[in-house]
Design a protein. Structure first.
Length: 336
């Protein structure tokens, strides 16, 4: 959702302050040493505007040729995992943990979260994260990509994924677990969206362990005013999960649909994305040609009478046949 609305001045200022428009690095490294450090960051970090497959390779080559760039500032230290140098820097300047800088105007934790260099000799992203969090880095740090909501958070960054199939951080689950233990909100709408395109559900397992789907105090909801604008801009945890189930149902992701149902997601719930309109997961599975998913949803209690007039007779017959083959009368009289 775009943040471009007629809003109270204080909220408008907050949205403007948190908006970032990250872009890809130029083809050639600049001659100025400070600019070269920023060029390294622009190559090494995902920008979610146009992430080029060769950027990380170029960043590694630049760092190999000029290893001193790793410790040029607190942002390159965070990105490259230069934890020993970072620890010394924060001892001398504790406030640097909250500083914003680099080409994307991010704090150090976001540089770590969106960086994709991987560990080198004497480098550790995990140890760097420990140092940053111990020094007071905000586990819910984030930004509004091009002014859009939901925010891209540190958790979003480490988990990766997205419409360009961006890679997760090499230590994605370890770092995500650390952020969640430090208080990051597991109901991260952008992280859920970015990871829904592939069938790997490891992120969902981890997020469920830390309260995904449960009503929690949302830092970003408070930051957005916790009023009508926040209600419109940020879906509820259950709406987020219903949307995940609708996507899984429309793409034949049987294991994901099962996982979501096991965690109490309503098989008849409606999400918030206009692309699926008012259709239930069952209707989506049927019309998309995934009878096994439709049968799973029916077994979980989905309303199978909610038919979609747009589906073809062939799709309907296929799904209904599969449903009949898998259903039994439940002890309480429900069809499961």
């Amino acid at each position: 959702m775009s943040a471009d609305h007629t809003l109270p001045a204080e909220l408008s200022r907050f949205l403007a302050e948190r908006t970032r428009r990250p872009g890809p690095a130029g083809e050639d490294a600049p001659a100025d040493p400070a600019a070269r450090a920023e060029h390294l960051l622009q190559l090494a970090c995902l920008n979610y505007t146009r992430d080029r497959p060769g950027s990380i390779r170029r960043a590694r080559a630049l760092l190999a040729a000029e290893p001193e760039l790793a410790t040029a500032d607190v942002f390159t230290m965070a990105t490259t995992g230069a934890h020993e140098e970072l620890a010394r820097h924060l001892e001398d300047d504790p406030g640097a943990v909250h500083a914003s800088g680099g080409p994307f105007d991010w704090p150090p934790l976001l540089h770590l979260a969106y960086g994709r260099l991987g560990d080198g000799p004497g480098r550790s992203a995990v140890r760097t994260a420990e140092i940053l969090l111990a020094a007071g880095a905000d586990p819910d740090a984030g930004f509004l990509w091009n002014g859009e909501i939901p925010p891209f958070t540190a958790l979003t960054g480490v988990l990766g994924g997205g419409e360009q199939d961006q890679p997760p951080h090499p230590d994605a689950l370890t770092l995500a677990r650390m952020l969640l233990a430090a208080g990051a909100d597991p109901n991260d709408g952008q992280a859920l969206y970015n990871r829904m395109f592939r069938e790997d559900d490891s992120h969902l397992v981890l997020l469920f362990e830390h309260g995904l789907g449960e009503p929690k105090d949302s830092v970003w909801r408070r930051r957005l005013g916790d009023g009508s604008f926040a209600d419109a801009a940020l879906p509820t945890p259950q709406q987020m999960l219903t949307e995940q189930l609708r996507w899984a149902s429309g793409h034949g992701m049987l294991a994901r649909a099962r996982l979501l149902l096991e965690h109490g997601v309503d098989p008849d719930g409606r999400g918030h994305h206009p692309g699926y309109g008012d259709r239930t997961s069952y209707r989506i599975a049927v019309t998309s040609g995934f009878p096994e998913v439709a049968a799973l949803l029916a077994h979980a209690g989905a309303d199978t009478g909610a038919t979609d007039t747009a589906r073809t007779a062939h799709t309907a017959d296929t799904a209904d046949t599969a449903h009949s083959a898998r259903t039994t009368d439940a002890p309480d009289g429900r069809r499961e």
